[in-house]
Design a protein around this ligand. Structure first.
Ligand SMILES: [Zn+2]
Length: 287
């Protein structure tokens, strides 16, 4: 966010600004999931686990590779902050920045959720989204962003003149992961990472480039569904911001639980294989 300019524009400023952008990562060389095969096995899914994420708190769950997972708005408009891990290796985790670079600022059906270096492979494929209709609104807002980080007590402390609040998504995720993995809070906190903001409606202001949020369009029975490409450990916080229409990092907003469903298809998608870890040899040009 620039508030001051120290420079005057050069004579060819307009010409420089008029240069058309190019997409950083053209997706035509990226391996794409065969979405039709995923869709074909969505009929007759069997519910094998159901987890309730309490408001202003977090919960964990497992999704075996080849299963589907739905994040469901159950009672009221509510945003979820989602972390994903390789169930067998907490160091392989959702990589928000690279997913953003590859898929865009907000994810939807057909997008894949990528894991961190050096693994960099699809962890999950988004297969259904009842908010698919939303697209981008007139403010540039859209749902399910991979641009926000998660509300956290450190930023809150910084911006609130020393405030202490213990139910930000960061802390909720830390407590839930510590409990699941048998780690201390300090150890667990190191594994908590930038989230997929499920149902959150966000964008950047055109004039100042600031990250904005607005009331989520999600309503009860809406859901976001993904297919687990590898065995996953999910960890999600029902954000203290509720629908994120006004404030977070406090108990002021109306908050609701979220429901997570794990569903088993009768058989895996045709020709589907769990992706191997990234093929780069990791020598980095060194001796
Ligand atoms: Zn939050």
């Amino acid at each position: 966010m620039k508030t001051t300019s120290f420079t005057s524009a050069p004579q060819d400023a307009d010409a420089r600004k008029a240069i058309r952008p190019v997409i950083c990562y053209p997706t035509d060389t990226m391996p794409r999931p065969d979405l039709a095969q995923y869709q074909a096995v969505r009929e007759g899914l069997e519910l094998v686990n159901r987890v309730v994420v309490p408001p202003r708190d977090a919960a964990t769950w497992e999704v075996p590779a080849g299963h589907f997972c739905r994040i469901v708005c159950s009672e009221g408009s509510q945003v979820g902050d989602l972390n994903l891990f390789n169930l067998h290796n907490l160091h392989e985790r959702f990589y928000s920045g690279k997913t953003r670079a590859l898929c865009g600022t907000h994810v939807g059906v057909g997008d894949q959720i990528f894991s961190s270096f050096p693994y960099l492979r699809p962890m999950a494929t988004i297969t259904y989204d009842t908010l698919d209709w939303y697209g981008f609104d007139d403010f540039g807002g859209a749902v399910h962003d991979v641009i926000g980080t998660r509300c956290d007590p450190y930023t809150h402390n910084l911006l609130s003149n020393g405030g202490q609040y213990h139910h930000c998504c960061h802390s909720n995720l830390t407590r839930a992961l510590a409990k699941k993995a048998g780690l201390s809070l300090e150890e667990a906190e190191r594994h908590v990472h930038d989230v997929l903001n499920v149902f959150m409606c966000t964008g950047f202001t055109r004039d100042t480039g600031q990250y904005f949020m607005k009331a989520s369009p999600v309503r009860p029975d809406d859901y976001l569904e993904f297919f687990a490409e590898i065995d996953l450990l999910g960890c999600m916080s029902a954000c203290p911001g509720g629908d994120c229409s006004t404030v977070h990092s406090s108990d002021a907003a109306a908050c609701f639980p979220l429901v997570v469903e794990v569903l088993r298809p009768k058989h895996p998608p045709l020709n589907w294989k769990a992706p191997a870890i990234n093929g780069y040899d990791r020598s980095h040009g060194g001796g």
